[in-house]
Design a protein around this ligand. Structure first.
Ligand SMILES: *[C@@H]1O[C@H](CO)[C@@H](O)[C@H](O)[C@H]1NC(C)=O
Ligand SMILES: *[C@@H]1O[C@H](CO)[C@@H](O)[C@H](O)[C@H]1NC(C)=O
Ligand SMILES: *[C@@H]1O[C@H](CO)[C@@H](O)[C@H](O)[C@H]1NC(C)=O
Ligand SMILES: *[C@@H]1O[C@H](CO)[C@@H](O)[C@H](O)[C@H]1NC(C)=O
Ligand SMILES: *[C@@H]1O[C@H](CO)[C@@H](O)[C@H](O)[C@H]1NC(C)=O
Ligand SMILES: *[C@@H]1O[C@H](CO)[C@@H](O)[C@H](O)[C@H]1NC(C)=O
Ligand SMILES: *[C@@H]1O[C@H](CO)[C@@H](O)[C@H](O)[C@H]1NC(C)=O
Ligand SMILES: *[C@@H]1O[C@H](CO)[C@@H](O)[C@H](O)[C@H]1NC(C)=O
Length: 682
């Protein structure tokens, strides 16, 4: 079948997004709705697990006098001296959003809500994730003290708030204008000492429907599993689970997070994925006589989605690979339990069953690309990479030896000569901190497979903005690109040799640094770059959120859609003809960029292994100890500014005089909902 082009898919995404945005105002707010133009904005939503909830919700629609916080001293000043008897809407820089500061503001009893303005200057460091992200679901869960890979983590993202939190970032002309308007209102209020009315006030609408925990909200039908689709590919187009060939498994993660999901730009978080795409492309250029399908082993490449949520992508992949699959029913038409046209299996709902062609017991090694290039810092003349292992067993050290090397990165677009080295993380001080949080963990939990995780950090995350809005790729330079390219080059060679290729043939492999630079640019700075335009991507904004969002059977995320086009193009073993939506390809072929391609590139479901759907598509918690992340439903979320003529008006729903409504409609939906594309079997 012919997949929709990305441009078409994008149009669908926007259409679906607008439709899903639903009723903007309740009936008793008719007047208001006509006064205030309604837009969506970027909230901190409520998320749930089997054991509780995190994030924000506001049962009423609180409002408060706009109050400016620019520095720590303003928070201290507010706590000690804000006029009482009034509720406040605190507007503060994102970099000040620490659990202590938020708790102090809340502790005054004068907090109506918070607006976080994403700082235009980068802070020293900022990570709202925990110190050991996802470790409760990792290989070492329950083993006492967890190693702190992310010591800068404040844990803000794991907290629950009973007041609204919204955020704004100057990423479009519209949002910059909104921020300017807020600043004018703040200037006005500050000049009046926050006491002389009239004053500007803000009202928050952030009602989250879900409460308590995932089991409860799934039962009530007011939350959805966090997830999406991972994507995997192999050059072994005719691979089967019974062909007795060992499998080399290469992985990276595709999704990213930030405290405010709409701003999950995932700069550093996408760098391993960029490196892996560079590796696949390089391996696709080998001469036919020494090409990947001629090797004694298969190599499977997987980019996991929703890894930030209890490793949903990798854990579900392992779950599906490690138990026998049996399809109870197949239906050509979408069913209520499986809204996918042409699903390979309707019950359980699977767009494709080709994952059964990967033999879990044949996986002989696992190579993961975590963050590369240290891209939250301008690159220097040296770049050190580290190979992490669970234990320093002979099998693991053999694997390390295949990937450790030094190289001088080729000059890329004016970069200086960067000396790149890849070595064992544990080597220099002989203590082994074991594996950082990684996809490898899900595989090792089931079987003792030799595994290495390659990263640009040794003892703690290099990404000083892990899981935050500042991880945006604004800082990298040509040196970082050269560094990633050289590391990917060594990795590509190592993978080739691990799959049984000779050292001599491996010398021909060379990662395309221009492509690495383009991918990094497209994924972290300019989504309408030349490369993505050529495959039909169009967007009105330059950045896109990598939050995996919620799982819908018929919705594939933006990066997975892009990767699908690229992976099919690079790994196809046969291509021919012309195709489009009316001129289809024969069975087994897919229409990619108007060409029929035969490639074993497939999507795979990625949502918590503690969740599952019944035959009518209704999810429930099936294992409370495994990943059970869900996101609350909500109708609309927005903030409004109005002029309160007196203290009496404070908190009243009807503001006097239109000032503005904040948020950016289609833009937000583009980021949140990603690209829509029907998933198809081949
Ligand atoms: C959400 O919107 C729908 C459709 O507009 C409406 O039927 C429903 O009552 C709303 N739910 C809440 C809790 O406001
Ligand atoms: C798979 O294809 C390769 C050539 O691309 C061929 O050498 C090999 O025998 C095939 N394997 C199977 C199991 O059909
Ligand atoms: C090369 O570097 C220049 C100057 O830093 C920059 O403007 C340009 O976009 C870069 N080109 C590529 C292909 O990265
Ligand atoms: C990759 O490695 C090969 C073999 O060592 C080398 O010839 C080539 O220049 C390298 N390419 C890059 C981009 O580093
Ligand atoms: C490297 O990538 C660039 C941009 O995608 C492309 O123009 C160039 O032809 C590629 N070089 C090789 C050797 O494939
Ligand atoms: C994004 O890339 C396109 C195509 O190269 C270019 O025309 C556009 O100016 C770029 N946008 C930004 C914000 O750099
Ligand atoms: C598909 O290609 C055919 C032949 O070029 C053309 O007649 C038809 O209009 C195309 N269909 C679409 C939907 O573009
Ligand atoms: C539930 O999940 C936990 C943690 O992943 C796992 O150890 C356990 O085996 C699972 N239980 C069942 C019944 O699958």
């Amino acid at each position: 079948m012919v997949p929709a082009t990305l441009a078409l898919a994008l149009a669908l995404a926007l259409g679906a997004g607008r439709a899903a945005a639903q009723g903007s105002a309740a009936q008793n707010m008719y007047l208001e709705a006509s006064m205030y133009q309604g837009f969506d904005s970027s909230p901190c939503p409520r998320l749930l697990t089997a054991s509780g909830a995190v994030g924000s919700t506001a049962l009423s629609m609180p409002s408060g006098t706009l109050y400016r916080v620019l520095a720590q001293s303003d928070i201290d000043g507010f706590v000690s001296g804000a006029p009482s008897g009034v509720q406040y809407a605190i507007v503060m820089p994102t970099s000040l959003a620490t659990p202590d500061n938020i708790a102090a503001l809340r502790g005054t009893g004068k907090l109506a809500g918070v607006i976080l303005l994403v700082d235009t200057a980068l802070p020293q460091a900022f990570s709202p994730e925990s110190k050991c992200p996802n470790c409760a679901f990792g290989l070492y869960a329950g083993q006492g003290n967890q190693y702190n890979w992310n010591p800068k983590g404040t844990g803000l993202s794991s907290l629950s708030f009973d007041f609204p939190i919204f955020s704004m970032s100057a990423i479009s002309a519209q949002s910059a204008q909104n921020i300017a308007a807020i600043n004018e209102a703040l200037d006005f209020n500050a000049q009046r000492g926050y006491t002389k009315y009239p004053l500007y006030a803000m009202q928050f609408d952030e009602l989250m429907f879900a409460a308590q925990d995932s089991a409860t909200c799934l039962r009530r039908g007011n939350c959805k599993p966090i997830g999406g689709y991972s994507i995997w590919t192999t050059f072994s187009t005719n691979m089967t689970a019974t062909d007795n060939k060992p499998v080399v498994f290469v992985a990276s993660k595709m999704d990213s997070v930030a405290f405010i999901h709409d701003f999950s730009w995932g700069g550093a978080q996408r760098s391993g994925f960029v490196g892996m795409l560079g590796v696949i492309e390089a391996l696709s250029r080998l001469p036919a006589a020494t090409a990947m399908p001629t090797l004694p082993k298969h190599v499977v490449f997987a980019a996991f989605d929703a890894e930030s949520w209890a490793f949903a992508g990798s854990q579900r992949m392992v779950m599906d690979l490690s138990q026998p699959f049996s399809c109870r029913s197949v239906n050509d038409q979408p069913t209520s339990g499986c809204r996918i046209t042409g699903a390979a299996c309707s019950s359980p709902c699977r767009p494709t069953t080709d994952f059964t062609r990967i033999s879990f017991s044949q996986i002989e090694s696992f190579i993961e690309l975590d963050t590369l290039g240290d891209i939250t810092r301008p690159g220097g003349a040296t770049a050190n990479y580290y190979l992490h292992v669970d234990s320093l067993s002979t099998k693991n050290t053999n694997l390390i030896n295949n990937f450790r090397a030094t190289a001088t990165a080729p000059i890329f677009n004016g970069s200086q000569p960067v000396a790149v080295s890849i070595s064992a993380a544990a080597a220099s001080d002989s203590t082994n901190a074991r594996l950082p949080p990684s996809s490898a963990m899900a595989f090792l939990a089931k079987r003792d497979i030799p595994a290495v995780v390659l990263s640009d950090y040794q003892t703690e995350y290099s990404n000083r903005f892990f899981g935050s809005e500042f991880d945006d790729g604004s800082q990298w330079t040509a040196n970082n690109v050269a560094s990633i390219c050289a590391a990917a080059n060594i990795t590509a060679r190592g993978i080739y040799k691990q799959a049984g290729g000779t050292d001599a043939n491996a010398q021909a492999i060379s990662v395309n640094c221009t492509l690495i630079g383009q991918l990094l640019d497209c994924f972290t700075r300019n989504v309408t770059c030349q490369l993505l335009r050529s495959i039909g991507v169009g967007s009105s904004t330059s950045l896109f959120s990598g939050y995996s969002s919620v799982y819908f059977p018929d919705r594939v995320g933006f990066l997975a859609s892009v990767a699908n086009v690229q992976m099919q193009t690079w790994t196809s073993s046969s291509t021919f003809g012309f195709c489009n939506s009316t001129v289809p390809c024969p069975k087994s072929y897919q229409c990619i960029s108007s060409t029929c391609m035969l490639s074993l590139t497939r999507f795979h479901q990625a949502y918590g292994t503690g969740l599952d759907a019944d035959d009518s598509g209704v999810f429930s918690v099936v294992n409370a100890s495994a990943g059970t992340w869900t996101e609350s439903d909500w109708n609309t979320s927005r903030v409004r500014v109005f002029k309160a003529p007196s203290l009496l008006y404070q908190g009243m729903q009807l503001g006097v005089g239109l000032v503005l409504t904040l948020g950016t409609g289609a833009f937000t939906w583009f980021m949140r909902k990603s690209l829509v594309r029907r998933t198809k079997r081949d």
